[in-house]
Design a protein around this ligand. Sequence first.
Ligand code: ZN
Length: 79
Amino acid sequence: MICKKIVELLPRFIENDFSKEEYAEIARHLEECERCKKEYEAMKKLIDRLETMPLLNVPKSFKESVMKSLKDLKDKNDG
Ligand SMILES: [Zn+2]
């Protein structure tokens, strides 16, 4: 699997929205790839923070739109 693909799958990976096999494949890539691992950790931190917001049950669509704007931003920065 290539890094670009992995990064796209990370939000779903964090939500644990994969089969065992797919999950293992991504997890293995993260073990081997420092860049994707950093991406994963940053994303996870953000999502964890959203989920622990008090008095606010963040809907999944909101999280998805956050992830999307992060990705758009990153794409721009990568130029
Ligand atoms: Zn990678």
